[in-house]
Design a protein around this ligand. Sequence first.
Ligand code: KG4
Ligand code: ZN
Length: 345
Amino acid sequence: MKAAHIAAEPVILGIESSCDDTSAAVLRGTHLLANLISSQRVHEQYGGVVPELASRAHLSNVVPVVSEALREAGVSPAAVDAVAFTRGPGLLGALLVGASFAKGFALALGIPLVEVNHLQGHILSPFLTTSESSRVPAFPYLSLLVSGGHTQIVLVRSAAQMEILGETIDDAAGEAFDKCAKAMGLPYPGGPHVDRLAQAGNPRAFELAHPLPQGTNFSFSGLKTSFLYLLRDGITANPRFIEEHQADLCASLQTTIIEILLRKLRRCIKQSGVRRVAIGGGVAANSGLRNAMVALSEELGLELFLPERRFTTDNAAMIAIAGLFKYQRGEWSRQAVGVSPRLRV
Ligand code: KG4
Ligand code: ZN
């Protein structure tokens, strides 16, 4: 190991390869120097991520993406103090590419290797600072984590202590966006398309199911089913139903998903008494959700943390920041560490 001591403002290289984005980022302390993302277009034609194609694309992307991130950061490999990588959850082959690269990099340079839980990366992303913003939360805070694979409300007591207060019992919020978008013939992933089209629509045009399981858990599969029935019945009456009502369909879907999320978030705020709230995960890029969060925090007097959009969808900056906390605690990984496709928070 190069560093027997823990650097105060370490340079951390982060690597994210859990799904279909190959990303590398460089931080000095919490300050972002570079964050590069190479999104794989190869999956679009299949309407979803094809794991084997994802692994192959990561293999060809990882070296150029890391080189470019270091170049943009103005940092030589020798100046890197530690390398953080996504250990899971995610696709096995995709994770293996990032993990193998990170191990090789750490071994060659004799620097610490730090494994990161992808979900903790999303949750800790509000700690990233840039030249535009250095506002970060204090502990404890609640994180509404909404991505393609997860929907959870997490009580973040510290960077090392997190407790799930509520989570989905079936589909994730991003999955609900993507599956309903696919049924309307929109490209994958559908969430950003629904967001864009919803801007011109009436959110009250269509009434959709609001499944609300007991307590603080979420459910989205009933909403998806009611949306599919709405499309089926609409098309039976009018073959051009989707084209003619696209904006209203998107706006109604988006508003229902947001209402479900906020209903449970309100409950967790009330039960926990924690009045500091952050959002993370790809769906946190949604403009309707962001507006609704601002309105909620004004209503309840919350301290709100909305990470920049580029830090909400999958990115290596969030892996680097979560890695920084672990590096500082001395929680370094062994070379023998494996990947973990089903890791939980
Ligand atoms: O966190 P993320 O990039 O990957 C996972 O870890 O899953 O989240 C991807 C999800 C996809 O379901 C995508 O449709 C959704 O985030 N998403 C959005 C928006 N941008 C990305 N959903 C709604 N509105 C958006 N603007
Ligand atoms: Zn993610």
